[in-house]
Write a protein that binds this ligand. Structure first.
Ligand code: ADE
Ligand code: ZN
Length: 371
């Protein structure tokens, strides 16, 4: 992969060509994929009042309910004018609170798979954090079953296949986390194959030790592990995710670039970073694409995947983000093929599906790119 500092690509890579590349997405929140029309339908079905005009519903910075005290460090003119991560997370609470029945949950899961397929995504590890879905408090595994039903139907219809990473909210207690994992281990909900942590790292400080026993239990129960870190925390959050939680992937992790020893550790342990440049830019972590340190991570030899995080409210899709990344970072077609292969390899898809997708990709590309 070319890793020189941002340079214009020789020729623009069309989104259509990107769509045709078989690929996986490994860092996408179901909560961040509701289309505007689907939110309006849910609100109507529940007789719920919108927090503002429908036409600016994703412009959460205009809603008092969601505005947060901290101010973004730089606007990009793209996506929504979200005031920052914690205001954004409150918006997700409101939106997911509209999903109240099993049919509605299955519908949003099905719509997710359709949305992924439209970007040529063939497999997704989708993050679900039940704390956003307040109608399901105390019935979190019923929510998982309802979502699995929607994902089953989508797969039967030939859409993107997906498994769920059940996410703890960073502010939950150690006991809550232990109980959740005990339930997951006992009931083994279909399609839930990983444990995750998300939420605002700034809101809760270092959480590695707090969730250590839950993650150890998850590991013992055969659940995979992916952890948000190095977004609103610095490199220390990534260290905690590796040392305490035995993370197999880091969601974001971009601030690992500030610590050479950490990058070495990521390489030695073969831990990929699930990067989401647009999310980090829109939510104010970096002022623009030019300052996003992809090239430095790649130059150091760190494995990365490129993801959307919360594509609907961030007004994007994976194919659009890859096209923008190609232009911003000077990536060519071979680089994108390599990213597609890395996305499949880094995913928690089963080995047969990985092999099929890699074979399909290899048939489209020069063999050296995906060997
Ligand atoms: N939940 C949804 N999007 C998130 C993000 N970018 N960081 C942490 N938690 C999230
Ligand atoms: Zn995320």
């Amino acid at each position: 992969m070319s890793t020189q500092a941002p340079a214009p690509a020789a020729s623009r890579i069309d989104e259509q060509d990107i769509r045709l590349l078989p690929k996986a997405e490994v860092h996408v929140h179901l909560e961040g994929t509701f289309a505007l029309a689907d939110i309006l339908r849910l609100a109507k079905e529940n007789g719920a009042t919108l927090p503002g005009p429908a036409v600016t519903l994703f412009d959460v910075s205009t809603h008092d309910e969601f505005v947060m005290p901290e101010v973004t460090t730089g606007g990009t003119g793209q996506g929504v004018g979200v005031a920052g991560l914690s205001g954004f997370l409150r918006f997700l609470d409101w939106q997911c609170g509209l999903v109240r029945t099993a049919e509605q949950a299955a519908r949003v899961a099905y719509a997710f798979a359709a949305r992924q397929s439209a970007s040529g995504i063939r497999y997704s590890d989708v993050i679900v954090n039940p704390t956003h879905w307040n109608a399901w408090r105390g019935r979190e595994l019923d929510l998982m079953d309802a979502l699995a039903a929607g994902l089953d139907e989508a797969e039967q219809d030939g859409l993107c296949s997906a498994n769920i990473a059940y996410s703890l909210l960073r502010t939950q207690t150690a006991t809550e986390a232990d109980d959740i994992v005990a339930d997951l281990a006992a009931r083994r909900p279909r399609r839930v194959l990983a444990l995750s942590v998300d939420g605002d790292e700034k809101a809760s400080g270092r959480t590695g030790e707090k969730f250590r026993s839950a993650f150890r239990a998850a590991e013992a129960a055969g659940l995979r592990r992916t952890v948000h870190a190095g977004e609103s925390s610095g490199p220390e959050g990534v260290w905690d995710a590796i040392e305490h939680l035995h993370a197999e992937r880091i969601d974001h992790g971009v601030r690992a670039v500030e610590d050479d020893a950490l990058m070495r550790r990521l390489i030695d342990d073969d831990i990929p970073l699930d990067l989401c440049p647009r999310s980090n830019i829109t939510l104010g972590l970096y002022p623009d694409w030019a300052s996003y340190p992809l090239a430095r991570l790649l130059d150091a030899g760190v494995r990365v995947t490129l993801n959307t995080d919360d594509p609907a409210p961030l007004a994007s899709t994976l194919d659009q983000d890859w096209a923008v990344a190609a232009a911003a970072f000077g990536l060519d077609r071979a680089d994108l093929e390599h990213l597609a292969a890395e996305s499949i390899r880094a995913s928690f898809a089963d080995d047969d599906l990985k092999r099929d997708l890699l074979d399909e990709l290899a048939a489209l590309t020069a063999p050296r790119e995906v060997a």
